[in-house]
Design a binder for this molecule. Sequence first.
Ligand SMILES: [Zn+2]
Length: 290
Amino acid sequence: MDKNKKFYVTTPIYYPSGIPHVGTSYTTIVADVVARFKRLQGYDVMFTTGTDEHGQKIEEKAKKEGKTPKKYVDDIVEKYKSLWSLLNISYDKFIRTTDKPHEEAVKKIFNELYDKGEIYKSTYKGWYCTPCEAFFTDTQLKDGKCPDCGREVNWAEEEAYFFKLSKYGDKLLDYYKKHPRFICPEGRKNEMIQFIKDGLDDLCVSRTSFKWGIPVDFDKNHVVYVWLDALTNYITSQGYGSKDDSNYKKYWPANIHFVGKEIVRFHVIIWPAILMALGLPLPEQVYGHG
Ligand SMILES: [Zn+2]
């Protein structure tokens, strides 16, 4: 065995809109087992977990509790950390999307993609539910009404930035073909291939309807929406976009991203497309458990 070999394993970063639950522990324990096994094999292991702390839901929950969003997430992050310590989770780095180096790196990434023409400004259109403050597509509506609360929806338009995800369909399919173990287990791969073949839409990557997020550097009415804020944690946790990026150089690309099955799509379509747009290498494997 090669003593100098590195192994980088991740859990998703969790959304701290409430206290951690069994599902959260499941993924984290699986990742912990793999991290420990690889250390025993002599690998230099980097094992990360963390929290995805921005967004409208957090903003609202904090308001309800009479706290600032930062105070609200600080309190819940403590609960995560004490749970991981109770379960003896051996993570090497806990990344929070409110960490300053992460926020700065995300701004840089957004700027770079905009400068490269991978992000453009347009209008987000859809059915809007005012009480839920959320947009839905035709297919998401339930009997023509809001799928979350059942109320009437209105057609609305909002200025937003979009990432050119649609142009990456063929590149992704080609990548899956050349890297047969990229998506595991096998069954999930077929679902993803079909999803891409049905056609990818460009992806809305900013919002103006809430404030709790990383501001777009050159257009302060917008905050960066979840995709470019959360998925990038896997590289910013290693110093990508910071002065000291030695860990990024050492550990990236990740050997395995463990994710729940409901977020496989984000990790095998959106995340690789973002990396391709940035000209960065892709992770070796995304494992979606049941
Ligand atoms: Zn609603």
